[in-house]
Design a protein around this ligand. Structure first.
Ligand code: URA
Ligand code: SF4
Length: 192
């Protein structure tokens, strides 16, 4: 059994120096939300605003994400948890390297084991290629449900990509409608 709480895990991760991203970070961005959430969102890694604050998805993209989640009754303050593939900011917002993800992913696995979500939403390609399948294409497979070890997993557009290309906003909203439907099917307590 895992004899550690999520806040103890956070204390461990906040001291981590396992990869080079530790040398350029300001703050570790561990994750935020309800530690008993049935729905886990997984992004890519911290950007500048997240690095400054230690909180995931707090920039313009994060605000868009929060607004879209609110439209389907989800909030990081209530019924979801939000984490990232890597907990420290890659310099200049580059994609995290596969070896950095390898180094960090056990923390995400640990978060997953403690939170025990029924549903995972991969926010953007970087999370989806690692969690769903290595040839995942967001444009082709967003909003499609995959069952992985009895967890329902979907990938959708990253909010930063939606800000760059708002044409995809209606598709992202459709994905979230599908998420709401799935929650009502397999985890209706989320809305209690
Ligand atoms: N983008 C991400 O993928 N995660 C964050 O926390 C912020 C921006
Ligand atoms: Fe440790 Fe992950 Fe930060 Fe690398 S990105 S230093 S593995 S917490």
């Amino acid at each position: 059994m895992i004899a550690i709480t999520i806040s103890e895990l956070k204390n461990v991760v906040c001291k981590c120096t396992k990869c080079d991203l530790s040398q350029t970070r300001t703050n570790v961005v561990f994750g935020v939300g309800n530690p008993n959430a049935d729905v886990l969102f997984v992004g890519e890694g911290p950007g500048q605003n997240e690095d400054m604050t230690g909180i995931p998805f707090v920039g313009r993209g994060g605000q868009l994400l929060d607004k879209m989640l609110d439209e389907i009754g989800l909030s990081r303050n209530k019924n979801i948890y939000i984490a990232n593939m890597v907990k420290c900011r890659p310099p200049n917002n580059r994609d995290p390297l596969p070896e950095e993800i390898d180094c960090c992913i056990n923390y995400l696995r640990w978060q997953f084991k403690l939170i025990k979500p029924k549903i995972i939403v991969c926010v953007g390609r970087i999370a989806a290629i690692r969690i769903i399948k290595n040839d995942f294409k967001v444009t082709r497979e967003h909003g499609v449900w995959f069952n992985k070890k009895n967890i329902e997993v979907m990938g959708t557009f990253h909010p930063a990509a939606l800000l760059r290309n708002p044409n995809n906003l209606p598709y992202a909203k459709e994905d979230l409608q599908k998420l709401q439907t799935k929650i009502n099917e397999i985890a209706p307590q989320v809305y209690n």
